[in-house]
Design a protein around this ligand. Structure first.
Ligand SMILES: Nc1ncnc2c1ncn2[C@@H]1O[C@H](COP(=O)(O)OP(=O)(O)OP(=O)(O)O)[C@@H](O)[C@H]1O
Length: 270
């Protein structure tokens, strides 16, 4: 089987904190048009990997490329303009702004003067560009199921809706690759199901998704490919079925007697 060139290439990435090696020589390739998950027990290095890929942290060694373009060492806003954007485990919205305005801030990474006007609440003309931005923002709110709440304050939304809004704002930057950091943490089963459908729709709209998540049944249900980390190292990669049956993966989850996360240990066996 021949693969299209990878959209994201992570090559021999390492990161240490003091003497502690949080990520060790991790390589992975994300194919365009896929949902690719990075999983692993607590402390495996998933967030550190995401922080490096999105420019929040520099690596100690290794490189990151998007469509062959070097991202290593670039700042997050520059990386976002090149087409890679992320959400965070803890939701980071502009709480005092409306739902619609939050999505518009994502769009404005390409038009900074409008962004400044909005932050300063300057009366800015409804230019043709601004009108288009607003329409696109409403389309994205519709896609994530929040169009009816566009005028609400972001901080008044329930957690699941805040996560949806964060995704809409990220999509407003028109990414090629969307990184989702634990997108369903704290959600109930109905919300998880809705989030799974949304992530599928995002992939089907042509945006590649790289996500990390502890919710194993979600990961197994929606991922095209899964990379497994343990103690900072890549221990497995493959389809959900291959990963689920990999003895090294089972050992990584089962072999930790001190692991309090019973649910993920049981779920990985499903
Ligand atoms: N800024 C930091 N300073 C020191 N150690 C850190 C720092 N960030 C992460 N670590 C350590 O690196 C290791 C990997 O952490 P990381 O948060 O990347 O794991 P994770 O797989 O995302 O875990 P979780 O699933 O619990 O979020 C952990 O042992 C963590 O304590």
């Amino acid at each position: 089987m021949t693969h299209a060139p990878a959209l994201l290439e992570v090559q021999d990435l390492s990161r240490s904190f003091g003497g502690y090696q949080a990520v060790s020589e991790v390589s992975l390739q994300v194919q365009p048009g896929t949902i690719h998950a990075v999983i692993g027990p607590n402390g495996a290095g998933k967030t550190t990997l995401f922080n490096i890929v999105s420019g929040v942290l520099p690596p100690s060694a290794g490189r990151v490329r998007l469509q062959g373009r070097e991202l290593t060492g670039l700042r997050p806003d520059r990386i976002a303009r090149l087409g890679l954007v992320r959400t965070f485990q803890g939701v980071r919205l502009f709480g005092a702004m409306s739902v619609l305005e939050n999505v518009q801030t994502g769009r404005f990474i390409r038009t900074r003067s409008d962004l400044a006007a909005m932050f300063l609440r300057l009366p800015f003309r409804e230019s043709r560009q601004e009108g288009a931005t607003r329409r696109r923002a409403m389309e994205l709110l519709d896609m994530v199921g929040l169009a009816g709440q566009h005028a609400a304050r972001a901080s008044d939304l329930a957690l699941a809706d805040q996560r949806r809004l964060e995704i809409a704002r990220a999509l407003a930057t028109e990414p090629r690759l969307l990184l989702l950091d634990e997108p369903v943490a704290g959600m109930n089963p109905v919300e998880v199901n809705e989030a799974a459908q949304l992530i599928g729709r995002i992939r089907d709209s042509g945006i590649t998704v790289l996500l990390t998540e502890h919710h194993m049944s979600l990961v197994m249900a929606i991922s095209d490919r899964i990379t497994v980390l343990n103690h900072g190292r890549r221990i497995a990669e493959g389809s959900p079925r291959e990963v689920r049956e990999d003895p090294l993966v089972l050992e990584a989850y089962l072999g930790r007697e001190d692991d309090e996360d019973e649910s993920s240990r049981e779920e990985v066996l499903q």
